[in-house]
Design a protein around this ligand. Structure first.
Ligand code: ZN
Length: 271
């Protein structure tokens, strides 16, 4: 499932490819992927618009159409690709958006948990306002974390994964970020001290930045035709490594379940 680094990787690629392109014919092959309006209305809505830019908000790809925005959430298995119009598609094609210059923007989704929708300025602001802080933005600071954690008794790992607080920190990156911070993932959020908060902020930022540099963990290995794992997978220090020696102290790494998700940590280093 794509997390923030994987979506950021796609957005950076698309932001080189799409700005300036004008949208031609739009074909919706899987109407259940479209939200907020009927597939036909969606297709008409997009036609003729010029793409101004591509950015990311949480785990969503935001295409600026000038006044309106096309939002794409990849769900579990979605892919948004630019292809030449004469290239055969790679299967599970859900939406085909013709661009000038003989190119197409294609949305593929095997399991169809992804979605595409268009928002105007007001709907955008409301949607954006409900999402938490971007962990790579200047708003994600130790001061913010201490204040937002307040009296929360939720375990810090589960707390970091709440999209209404911090966006895009999924299971892999929450475990890895807390390992780098040396903080026990079971600690209640309110117990985080002024000395630990900067380490958590730094740990989460570092692991996300590293993963973006290596073009993500999960997404690329999923689509890699050679069957190789994504560039960041080899750099994971604790995730999915129960029983392996901690890379810092050598103690066996532990696995627990928090909020229905596996957490990996070192019981010796993380206090
Ligand atoms: Zn350790």
């Amino acid at each position: 499932m794509p997390e923030l680094p994987e979506v950021e990787t796609i957005v950076r690629d698309l932001s080189h490819l799409l700005p300036g392109a004008r949208i031609g014919k739009v074909e919706v092959l899987r109407p259940d992927l479209i939200e907020g309006e009927a597939a036909e209305a969606f297709a008409k809505h997009l036609k003729g618009k010029r793409i101004r830019g591509v950015t990311r908000r949480a785990k969503n790809i935001v295409t600026d159409l000038g006044g309106e925005r096309l939002l794409v959430n990849l769900g579990m298995t979605g892919r948004l690709l630019v292809a030449r119009a004469d290239e055969p598609d790679t299967g599970h094609l859900g939406v085909r958006i013709a661009l000038d210059g003989g190119r197409e923007l294609r949305y593929h989704d095997a399991r169809r948990f992804g979605r595409l929708w268009i928002v105007g300025e007001e709907a955008w602001r409301a949607w954006d306002g409900e999402l938490g802080v971007e962990p790579l933005s200047d708003d994600f600071t130790a001061e913010w974390l201490l204040q937002a954690a307040g009296r929360s008794r939720v375990a810090i790992k589960t707390w970091l994964m709440d999209q209404a607080r911090v966006v895009g920190v999924g299971n892999i990156y929450a475990s890895e970020g807390l390992f780098r911070a040396g903080v026990d993932p079971r600690r209640p959020a309110h117990s985080i001290t002024a000395e630990e908060a900067p380490r958590i902020v730094e740990g989460v930022r570092r692991v996300l930045t590293d993963a973006i540099e290596h073009r993500g963990t999960t997404f690329l290995d999923y689509r890699d035709a050679r069957g190789e794992r994504g560039g960041f997978a080899a750099r994971l220090q604790v995730y999915d490594q129960e029983g392996e020696p901690c890379p810092v102290c050598g103690a066996p790494l532990e696995r627990i379940v928090q909020g229905g998700r596996s957490t990996f940590f070192c019981g010796a280093c993380q206090t």
